[in-house]
Design a binder for this molecule. Structure first.
Ligand SMILES: Nc1ncnc2c1ncn2[C@@H]1O[C@H](COP(=O)(O)OP(=O)(O)O)[C@@H](O)[C@H]1O
Ligand SMILES: [Mg+2]
Length: 218
């Protein structure tokens, strides 16, 4: 079995069929770009991978066991989902970046936090800033840093560079690539076709809630 195995998975909401009979495997170490038109079910696919939602039919297996039998909080510590619309909480940026450590009863590693802020072109001073005063691009990068801090086993990235300029997008891509080289499995929804093919080993195309293709690039 793979890291994730989807077996005849469908997701229905309000009588609307959003994902239809998906069967596919994600291998540990994969870097899969997920592309397809808006509304085709890409975000829904990522949400199934971290048990934010449950399939209406079929089974999602994570590490060979039905995901529904596993503690969702445990799964989400391993498979971190970075939302399409950056979701920050608390008052300050710092609250968001200390949180992944608090969740694991660990002491915050400010060397790592500052390293990532600097990598993504953000000043240390940002830590003291109120979340509500950040720009869209700053919010997006803070949410991403929060996801990357502890080098999760799986990164579920949902259009995480949409508010960034080309230069910062490339920095993010390089960072994700090096995490993938260290073993993190990456599932990345993107509208940017060049981005989708640059580092990925596979490209999954979803259309109308169905898998149109799973292309192996390298
Ligand atoms: N919880 C929900 N309830 C009802 N409709 C939903 C829900 N989540 C997603 N949808 C609908 O399902 C379809 C696929 O959504 P989504 O997975 O967000 O697509 P994508 O990420 O490819 O743009 C869309 O038509 C969306 O409006
Ligand atoms: Mg989406």
């Amino acid at each position: 079995m793979g890291l994730f195995d989807f077996k005849s998975v469908s997701y229905i909401s309000d009588d609307k069929s959003i994902l239809k009979n998906l069967t596919m495997t994600v291998e540990a170490g994969d870097y899969i770009s997920i592309v397809g038109p808006s509304g085709s079910g890409k975000s829904t696919f990522l949400k199934l991978c971290c048990h934010l939602i449950s399939p209406s039919e079929g089974t999602v297996y994570y590490k060979g066991r039905t995901i529904l039998e596993q503690d969702p909080m445990e799964v989400r510590k391993q498979a971190v989902y970075c939302f399409q619309t950056p979701y920050l909480f608390g008052d300050k940026v710092e609250d968001n970046l200390v949180f992944p450590y608090t969740l694991r009863h660990a002491k915050a590693d400010f060397a790592r936090i500052n390293e990532l802020l600097s990598t993504f072109g953000l000043d240390k001073e940002l830590l003291k800033k109120e979340v509500k005063n950040l720009s869209g691009g700053e919010k997006q990068r803070v949410a991403l840093i929060r996801a990357l801090l502890l080098k999760p086993e799986v990164l579920l990235l949902d259009e995480v560079t949409s508010a960034l300029d080309v230069e910062n997008s490339m920095i993010v891509e390089e960072n994700i690539k090096s995490l993938n080289n260290e073993g993190t499995t990456v599932l990345w929804v993107t509208h940017n076709l060049e981005q989708s093919r640059r580092n990925a080993n596979k490209v999954l195309t979803i259309e109308g809630g169905e898998i149109k293709s799973l292309e192996v690039l390298r």
